[in-house]
Design a protein around this ligand. Structure first.
Ligand code: KIV
Length: 288
């Protein structure tokens, strides 16, 4: 149970966070010791200040995922997501949180060319948002970049398996690792990212057995999404788990039906506007 409270007394838009010490990358890394994780890592995506406030008391990490391309901007994939989008939403999430570690996704095209290019992008993200870590997609090919960043003060979350920025190479968003060769590549990727110094690793959209093999094979905590309950933690896209979308991947569990509840509330509002039963005396100003 959280000991944090939300203080919205000063302003609805910029509440005063209760001073506290944020969760750190070394603290997340230390959750797994001797191959075991007593307390699974809880991570959700957040893109806005208010959602960060609501999630923060319950989460160890908030991920400003580039999934905001589809969820917030209605883009067809994460490919068109820009640095400007990631920085603006990253800063909002940092402002709305005080306990969770905030990690920001590096957008497609901002880190692949070289470790130096990655450092320039990651340092910009950290300076402009105040986040404490970045996440980047890729396995063996990205290991030198992860090592370069971590040796220069930038905590990195790896991301292997189904890597959505590579959708044009993968040919879709289906689960990975059905062939033996691909299974081996995914496990090798996770090992490479681990050895390069990633403080945790997101494993997305792989067969359950691969996710548990990776969890056993690497030292860093493995955060699963469409992976396995045996992982060292889990992450979901918050809008998916809250039921904001009719269509979600198989691995999403819906914990609410927010889309339905918003529809009901807005239908009531529209009916009351049309029947002139809103606003009432409670919502109007009278002379003193
Ligand atoms: O972009 C994102 O939200 C992610 C998570 C789904 C892991 O990368």
């Amino acid at each position: 149970m959280s000991t944090f409270t939300i203080d919205t007394s000063t302003s609805r838009a910029t509440p005063t966070p209760v001073p506290g010490k944020r969760t750190t990358a070394p603290a997340i890394r230390a959750r797994k010791s001797g191959g075991k994780t007593e307390q699974p890592v809880v991570m959700l995506t957040a893109y806005t200040m208010r959602m960060a406030q609501l999630l923060d008391p319950y989460c160890d990490m908030l991920l400003v995922g580039d999934s905001l391309g589809q969820v917030i901007y209605g883009l067809p994939s994460t490919i068109p997501v820009t640095m400007e989008m990631m920085c603006a939403h990253g800063a909002a999430v940092v402002r709305g949180s005080w306990h969770a570690l905030v990690a920001v996704d590096m957008p497609f095209g901002s880190y692949e060319a070289s470790p130096e290019a990655a450092f320039e992008s990651a340092s910009r993200i950290m300076k402009e948002t105040g986040c404490a870590a970045v996440k980047l997609e890729g396995g063996e090919a990205m290991a030198p970049t992860i090592e370069f960043l971590t040796h220069r003060g930038i905590p990195v979350i790896g991301h292997v398996g189904l890597t959505p920025q590579a959708v044009n190479v993968l040919g879709g968003y289906g689960a990975r690792g059905r062939e033996d060769a691909e299974k081996k590549t995914i496990i090798d990727d996770a090992r490479a990212v681990d050895q390069a110094g990633a403080f945790c690793i997101v494993v997305e959209g792989v067969l359950e057995g691969i996710a548990s093999d990776i969890t056993k094979a690497v030292a860093a905590p493995v955060i699963g999404i469409g992976a396995a309950a045996q992982c060292d933690g889990q992450v979901l896209v918050t809008d998916d788990m809250l039921g904001m979308f009719e269509r979600t991947p198989r691995f999403v569990k819906r914990y609410d039906d927010l889309a339905g509840r918003i529809g009901d509330a807005v239908r009531n509002y529209a009916d009351e506007v049309r029947s002139r039963s809103f606003p009432t005396a409670d919502q109007t100003y009278q002379p003193k």
